[in-house]
Design a protein around this ligand. Structure first.
Ligand code: NAD
Ligand code: MG
Length: 387
């Protein structure tokens, strides 16, 4: 019992996704340190059941209520609580036995459960960047009020966090977020006009969920990360720079006031940032693949192309306007990414619709939670009408 008590009990929101399954790899690698306390998935019942049978969590939640019976009956013989529905996803994080919540649901859908976890004083390992894009001010304030730490899982932000270890007293001059450039790096607009989702889904370095893979191809992912970085590290937008680094080995850099730059290197493998967020401040020994310089004789860096990829500038503009604008940017982006994945619009149309939605949606300078909910809904309506 004493031994068990020392394990960190993790609630994985989005356990069936790309980050979620890699988080389970991390737990599998360190069974004496971590324990899966709660698993939450959207609708992939068979994978959620399989995970529950292997990790024997205290509880599982399936958001899609039509899958409740399937999950319930599969786990009947075990001491595992089963819940279903959106409300249960939000409420499960309140469980006393949870030490840390890994927020790995994709998109705006991850906001309410993360906010509730913060209100219940749970530390957060944050993969769901949309949470900070939509409601960065509110999330940061609640975290501060509740004494909650937000540990970044996003590889760039984890890199910055790792560079800042031992530097807490030192001011940041700027940070440099690296971007792979995605599958369309170096292409022009004429090429992008005709690309199909199959091409956009082929990321050169990372295997991720569909939404973030499209965001990476359109550079919206980097735009969202700029906003995420502002809130995580308390920076001005002018202190956040983006550089394209096609090899995805340097995960990001921090420049201090004396001009010195620290970078974090590693293979493109999310297991490391996930593990660092869960084990912070410890670095746990693991068997994950190691970096080899001879396989990467050249690391290169180039400027992003805002004339070709407009989303990055749209994100900086939304951040400059502040208020509910980043929330609107995010909502419009979720609508257009979905539409692109359903072959309803072309690749370049995505930025146009986001830009038009930002221009049309009513501005709220100091939004509260209800304002974020209504801004999200209104932006989705406006963007859908533009499809
Ligand atoms: P994914 O699509 O692979 O997985 C999403 C997970 O969320 C799934 O488990 C799904 O069942 C669950 N989910 C979706 N909607 C839900 C809902 N309404 N209620 C409950 N669960 C729901 O996505 P991913 O690539 O794992 O990304 C997850 C988050 O992490 C995103 O915000 C993404 O931006 C961020 N992130 C991912 C990576 C990566 O390498 N995959 C890297 C950095 C950041
Ligand atoms: Mg990232």
């Amino acid at each position: 019992m004493q031994y068990l008590k020392t394990k960190k009990r993790i609630a994985i929101l989005g356990s069936t996704g790309s980050i979620g399954t890699q988080a389970l790899d991390v737990i599998r690698e360190n069974p004496e340190v971590f324990e899966a306390e709660v698993l939450v998935g959207n609708s992939n019942a068979s994978l959620l059941i399989q995970q529950a049978l292997e990790f024997r969590p205290n509880a599982v939640v399936i958001a899609d209520e039509s899958k409740y019976q399937e999950v319930k009956s599969a786990l009947l013989a075990y001491d595992i609580k089963v819940f279903a529905g959106e409300k249960s996803v939000e409420q499960i994080v309140e469980m006393e036995s949870i030490d840390i919540v890994l927020a790995a649901i994709v998109g705006y859908a991850g906001l309410s459960s993360t906010l509730n976890a913060i209100r219940h004083k749970k530390n957060i390992a944050l993969a769901n960047k949309e949470t900070l894009v939509v409601a960065g001010e509110l999330v940061s304030r609640l975290a501060l009020e509740n004494g909650v730490n937000l540990y970044p899982v996003d590889s760039e932000h984890s890199a910055i966090f790792q560079c800042l270890a031992g530097e807490w007293e030192n001011k940041i001059e700027k940070i440099i977020l690296t971007a792979s450039g995605g599958p369309f790096r170096g292409k022009d607009r004429a090429f992008l006009a005709d690309v199909k989702k199959e091409q956009a889904l082929k990321h050169p370095n990372w295997t991720m969920g569909a939404k973030i893979t499209i965001d990476s191809a359109s550079l919206m992912n980097k735009g969202l990360e700029v906003i995420e970085a502002k809130w995580l590290f308390h920076l001005q937008p002018s202190q956040i720079e983006v550089v394209v680094h096609p090899q995805s080995i340097v995960h990001s850099l921090v420049q201090f006031e004396d001009g010195s730059i620290k970078a974090q290197f590693g293979l493109p493998d999310m297991k490391l940032p996930i593990q660092y967020a869960l084990a912070y401040p410890l670095r746990l020994k693991n068997t994950f693949p190691r970096f080899d310089f001879t396989k990467y004789p050249q690391l290169s860096f180039e400027s992003p192309r805002p004339d070709v990829f407009q989303n990055l500038q749209l994100a900086y503009d939304a951040l400059a306007k502040a208020g509910n604008m980043p929330c609107i940017l995010n909502a419009a982006n979720e609508v257009v990414v979905q539409a692109f994945l359903q072959d309803k619009i072309g690749f370049l149309r995505m930025s146009e619709i986001i830009s038009d939605t930002l221009a049309k949606a009513p501005f709220i300078a100091n939004p509260d939670y209800q304002d974020y909910i209504s801004s999200d809904a209104e932006a989705r309506r406006l963007a859908a009408a533009l499809l």
